[in-house]
Design a protein around this ligand. Structure first.
Ligand code: NAD
Ligand code: DAU
Length: 334
């Protein structure tokens, strides 16, 4: 058995990673470190709490991180402030968690000589033009963060790379595109629109809705992370994760409306996001060719259908937060 420390394991992707690992990788003994911010939810793990160790704590807490890293073999670092819109209102938690928190983990990894996998995002590369299908992000695209969120994630990647180069720590990095699936916070695009419809509220599209995101099922992201843990080159190699899932926001929203039996034009355009990235698109050839990974769930319509069903079946999971989330958006005319 190997010990694995998962930071941010009570959030959207992290909790799916815990479930995926328990189902598919019995070789790991799991510890989760999570602060349970507004985005973390212990209920995401309630069915498996007897199979893992859960520690509520902050990745910026040097003593706690040192103690937990000393006891583990591998760290998979998901914990972050993750929502662009929040970073535009108050960047400080992003600077604290994404930069100081990652540095705290790196120092413990260095001291105890452990293996790190750092979870990052395609947003570190900025954006691409909408009408340029041949242009995609690759591992050698230049860094161009647009928001406090994406620039603090870019900074966290650079910290990992510096610790590899200067201190020789064993690390891999992955930069994934937009995930969808169960347990995603309802502040995010797809769950916000599904829960709007379930609450008889009008769905909200920022600006023209022509912006493009490269959607991937959260289990495909997590299977890719496991492939990197097994076969990735720990000299600081970076792997882009994506499943050729490019779609405009307008298409996604209209498909959700149609799948939920509504008129596909029954939504409103609201104020655009400041600095809104136009298009993300991933070239995942390195991961596919060098490590042999392939995604399993590439039918976005099927993926949206299953995601809608999850929010319908788990009303209690999101209902209490809905009014507050929408009040916050309304304050910004969104
Ligand atoms: P999330 O916001 O749903 O979850 C973040 C988790 O981190 C929460 O459980 C929260 O409580 C925890 N956390 C926050 N600050 C912490 C701190 N200081 N100490 C300990 N725990 C803390 O985020 P997510 O969407 O699951 O994203 C997880 C990771 O994946 C992030 O690093 C994000 O940048 C990256 N990522 C996300 C996507 C996406 O589409 N959601 C795509 C690519 C990469
Ligand atoms: O690309 C990976 C990134 O994907 C991750 O690093 C981030 O953590 C994750 O939040 C996500 O970032 P986005 O900003 O792309 O996701 P979000 O769900 O906030 O928005 C997706 C698109 O939908 C974006 O173009 C903005 C738009 N949008 C969003 C909301 C909340 C709307 O049109 N209406 C909305 O109500």
């Amino acid at each position: 058995m190997k010990n694995i420390l998962i930071t941010g394991g009570a959030g959207f992707i992290g909790s799916n990673f815990v479930h995926y690992t328990l189902k598919n990788h019995s070789e790991y003994q799991i510890t989760v470190l999570d602060k349970l911010t507004y985005a973390g939810n212990i209920h995401n793990l309630e069915t498996v709490l007897d199979k893992i160790e859960f520690i509520r704590g902050d990745i910026c807490d040097r003593d706690l991180v040192d103690e937990l890293v000393a006891k583990t073999d591998i760290i998979v670092h998901f914990a972050a402030e993750s929502h662009n819109d929040n970073s535009l209102k108050n960047p400080w938690p992003f600077i604290e968690t994404n930069l100081v928190g990652t540095a705290t983990i790196l120092e413990a990894v260095r001291k105890h000589d452990k293996r790190l996998h750092h979870i990052s995002t395609d947003e570190v590369y900025g954006d691409l033009p909408i009408n340029a299908p041949n242009q995609k992000f690759t591992e050698s695209s230049p860094y161009h963060g647009s928001s406090p969120y994406s620039s603090t994630k870019a900074g966290s990647d650079l910290l990992v790379q510096a610790w590899v180069r200067s201190f020789g720590i064993k690390a891999t990095l992955s930069n994934c595109s937009n995930n969808y699936g169960a347990y995603q916070h309802i502040e995010k695009f797809i769950p916000r629109q599904i829960t709007n419809i379930l609450s008889n509220l009008t769905p909200k599209l920022y600006g023209t809705g022509e912006q493009v995101r490269d959607w991937i099922n959260v289990d495909d992201h997590n299977s890719a992370v496991h492939t990197i843990l097994e076969k990735g080159d720990t000299n600081g190699q970076m792997y882009l994760i994506g499943a050729n899932g490019e779609q405009s926001n307008k298409f996604i929203l209209e498909t959700i409306l149609e799948l939920m039996g509504k008129d596909k034009n029954d939504y409103e355009h609201v104020k655009d996001r400041a600095g809104h990235d136009q298009r993300y698109a991933i070239d995942a050839d390195k991961l596919r060719a060098e490590l042999g990974w392939t995604p399993k769930y590439t039918n976005i319509r099927e993926g949206l259908k299953n995601t809608i069903k999850w929010y319908q079946d788990n009303d209690a999971w999101w209902r209490n937060q809905k009014a507050e989330v929408e009040q916050e958006y309304a304050r910004n005319n969104q």
